[in-house]
Design a protein around this ligand. Structure first.
Ligand code: 13P
Length: 248
C-alpha cells in the first residue's frame, strides 16, 4: 500500500494566539488536499485557538514538544494528557533546536517517544547531522544511532505508525536545501535501519519526512523521491506558500 504523504508545518516560536487564528484562517482554503495529511505544529499556547480555527477543515493541529512524565512538579512543561485533552494527534519530538538549546538527548527523545505512543499521540521524531558530521562522512552512522536510540522499546506496531523527520541541521533556516540525492540517500538509510530493527513491513509503513529549507520551489522534487513521504517545514509554513507545498 502506498504511504500517504504527511506535510507538517513547524511554527517554532512564532505567532501569538491571535496571530495563530489569523494564520489558520488565511491558510485553511490553501491547504486543502485529501491525498496528504496536513499538520500545523504550533506553540503550546496556540494549540487551543488554532484547533478552534481549524475545526471542520483537513488541518490537524500538533505540538512542538511535550514532557515525558505524566504530571507533577515540572514547572513550565506540557504533559501528554494535556495535549490529548486538547485534541492533539501529533507531536514533534527531538527537534535539533531542542537538542541544541534545551539539552535534549537521544535518551530523553526515547522517553518522549514512548510516552507519546502510550497516550496515542503520533511522534514526529527528528534526526539529522551537523555540517561538520556531513563533512566527516559520518552522517549515516550518526542518524542511524539517533534512530536506534529513539526507537528503543518501541514496538513494531507503534513504529509503523510513527513519523520520522530527517532534518540536516545545516539546511535548517539557511535557505541551503539538501540536494534531492542527499535527502533521499539518508531517508532510505533510515528506512533500511527500521527494517533492520523491525522488519520490512514496518519499514514500508513508517513515514519519513525531509525538513530543511523546504519551499514551494523544491517540494515537488523532494517529495517525488521513493523514500521521502512529505516534509517538515519551518519558515515557509508561516506563509501562503505553505499551500503550494501541500499541493506540490
Ligand atoms: P526551515 O524550513 O525554516 O528551514 O526549518 C526547518 C525545520 O526546522 C522544521 O522543523
Amino acid at each position: 500500500m502506498a504511504r500517504k504523504k504527511i506535510i507538517a508545518g513547524n511554527w517554532k516560536m512564532n505567532m501569538t494566539p491571535s496571530q495563530a487564528v489569523e494564520l489558520v484562517n488565511t491558510l485553511k482554503p490553501l491547504v486543502v488536499n485529501d491525498d496528504v495529511d496536513v499538520v500545523f505544529c504550533v506553540p503550546a499556547i496556540d494549540i487551543i485557538p488554532a484547533m478552534e480555527a481549524a475545526k471542520g477543515t483537513n488541518i490537524h493541529i500538533g505540538a512542538e514538544n511535550m514532557y515525558f512524565e505524566e504530571k507533577g512538579a515540572y514547572t513550565g512543561e506540557i504533559s501528554p494528557a494535556m495535549l490529548v485533552d486538547a485534541g492533539v494527534k501529533y507531536v514533534i519530538i527531538g527537534h535539533s533546536e531542542r537538542r541544541e538549546y534545551f539539552a535534549e538527548t537521544d535518551e530523553t527523545v526515547n522517553k518522549k517517544v514512548l510516552k507519546a505512543f502510550e497516550h496515542g499521540i503520533t511522534p514526529i521524531v527528528c534526526c539529522g547531522e551537523t555540517l561538520t558530521q556531513r563533512e566527516q562522512g559520518v552522517t549515516i552512522d550518526f542518524v542511524r544511532q539517533q534512530i536506534k536510540i529513539a526507537f528503543l522499546n518501541v514496538s513494531a506496531e507503534q513504529a509503523a505508525s510513527a513519523v520520522i523527520a530527517y532534518e540536516p541541521i545545516w539546511a535548517i533556516g539557511t535557505g541551503k536545501v539538501a540536494t534531492t540525492e542527499q535527502a533521499e540517500e539518508v531517508c532510505k538509510a533510515i528506512r533500511d535501519c527500521i527494517a533492520e530493527i523491525y522488519d520490512d513491513g514496518t519499514a514500508a509503513a513508517i513515514r519519513i519526512q525531509y525538513g530543511g529549507s523546504v519551499s514551494a520551489s523544491n517540494a515537488a522534487e523532494l517529495f517525488a523521491q521513493a523514500d521521502i513521504d512529505g516534509g517538515l517545514v519551518g519558515g515557509a509554513s508561516l506563509k501562503p506558500d505553505f499551500g503550494k507545498i501541500v499541493n506540490y
